[in-house]
Design a protein around this ligand. Structure first.
Ligand code: SF4
Length: 427
């Protein structure tokens, strides 16, 4: 098998007009990211500075994952704090001191901003500096915003990772080239990618975030990075400001995306094409077999993506190109044209793309098209199901291991399952 060449830009797909919508949104805020980030970064703690609503969101999103000592909590800033900002700062310092005294294993503490007006008035970056100086060198204290005013669903991860970039150790010109995989991946997927890079002969590989935040990778002019997630615009900008170069590629979903993503790294590290093909061949074969299974079920079925996670464009490309699904509309909260350039070029011709949301108008389009499957947020899924439409929760796609060759079949299964359920109900 030949190495997969970078996909040529097809002017039709890349230049498709994008419907821009600005209206009511139905998306979770960036606090949601804490649910997967706290599981990934095992020496970190996320302290949301927020309201009871924020605490409820975290509790219900975390659901059964709450155990005795979770690594996140909410410092509730209520009406009484309005009396004076000084009081709120004193209160916050007291909560942080107590927390760090009780949990000495915490090495990085994120103060996470939210939207209540009491919190907006607090300068969390100053609080992080003040508390960081107090607890140095035992704990690093950083801050970012997960507020629903500034962030949707997956942008909380972007803000969190971007806050780590300034403290990554600096590498100079003389340092050997290193590769950073950027984006939080389930450990099992990260391990698979690491193994593949080792087999390819690329050894100087790190992740952002690492499982231990204290082990941040070095960064400098010889650093290249691969985005594992399509929602990391700010993180990418911050890495580039520190001299790193992004390897342009498809995102690693399905055989096509994973091959192209790995090939970008192989090219940067001068891996021989024959070796690349030989290493990847068994993985590609296995994934292709798993997908053939699902293709019979999904081919020709129509799908509509509501804007939610920013995973929509790469997933649509995977579903159309490898499983033969028909894309009715691919909505995304924000279209990062640079990071998605290859993805847009690889979409079938004439796909309807939309950016942002005006939820009522979009629901009208869903009802008119009656797609076989609609990918949407939890709040929209029940009403659509009640109207006889099959849905897939976008949040499930972020929580599940879906990257890479070994997960390609499982990723397809996530879309096949609701259709199967609907087919059974019809029978
Ligand atoms: Fe808290 Fe704002 Fe998110 Fe609501 S939208 S949970 S108030 S951060």
């Amino acid at each position: 098998m030949n190495a997969i060449a970078p996909i040529a830009a097809s002017p039709s797909a890349a230049a498709s007009p994008v419907l821009k919508e600005r209206g009511q949104r139905e998306v979770f805020c960036g606090l949601t990211g804490i649910i997967w980030l706290h599981r990934k970064m095992q020496d970190a703690f996320f302290l949301v500075v927020g309201s009871r609503t924020c605490a409820h969101l975290l509790q219900s999103a975390a659901g059964v994952m709450i155990f005795a000592e979770p690594r996140f909590a909410t410092a509730i800033m209520e009406e009484r704090d309005l009396a004076g900002l000084a009081d709120a700062n004193v209160e916050l310092d007291r909560i942080v001191d107590q927390l760090l005294a009780r949990r000495p294993e915490i090495k990085t503490l994120f103060l996470v901003g939210s939207c209540p007006s009491e919190v907006i008035k607090l300068d969390l970056s100053k609080a992080a500096q003040r508390l960081g100086a107090k607890h140095y060198p035992n704990v690093r204290i950083l801050n970012y915003s997960g507020s629903g005013i500034e962030t949707t669903f997956t942008e909380g991860e972007d803000a969190c990772l971007a806050s780590l970039v300034p403290i990554m150790p600096a590498l100079d010109n003389a340092a050997p080239a290193n590769l950073i995989i950027v984006g939080s991946l389930p450990d099992i997927v990260e391990d698979q990618f690491r193994r593949l890079f080792t087999e390819l002969g690329i050894s100087n590989v790190a992740s952002l975030p690492e499982r231990t935040v204290a082990d941040l990778p070095g960064i400098g002019p010889n650093t290249v990075y691969l985005l594992a997630q399509p929602f990391l615009g700010d993180t990418g900008r911050a890495l580039e400001a520190r001299g790193a170069t992004r390897l342009d590629a498809l995102f690693p979903f399905g055989v096509e995306g994973t091959t192209n993503w790995l090939h970008a790294a192989a090219t940067a590290f001068d891996v021989d094409d024959a070796h690349f093909d030989a290493v990847l061949h068994p993985y590609q074969e296995r994934a292709t077999t798993a997908l053939a299974h699902q293709r019979a079920r999904l081919s020709g079925r129509s799908i509509f993506f509501m804007p939610d996670s920013q995973l929509e464009v790469p997933l649509a490309r995977f579903l159309a190109n490898e499983l033969g699904m028909r894309l009715i509309e691919v909505g995304t909260p924000y279209l990062h044209r640079q990071h998605l350039a290859q993805e847009l070029a690889a979409l079938p011709t004439g796909v309807m793309l939309s950016e942002g949301q005006d939820v009522d108008r979009q629901l009208d389009r869903v009802r008119a098209a009656r797609p076989d499957l609609t990918v949407c947020g939890l709040g929209l899924a029940n009403p659509l199901e009640a109207e006889g439409l099959s849905t897939k929760w976008a949040i499930e796609l972020v929580f599940s291991p879906i990257h890479g060759f070994d997960q390609a079949g499982d990723l397809a299964e996530l879309f096949a399952r609701p259709l199967r359920r609907r087919d059974i109900l019809r029978v």
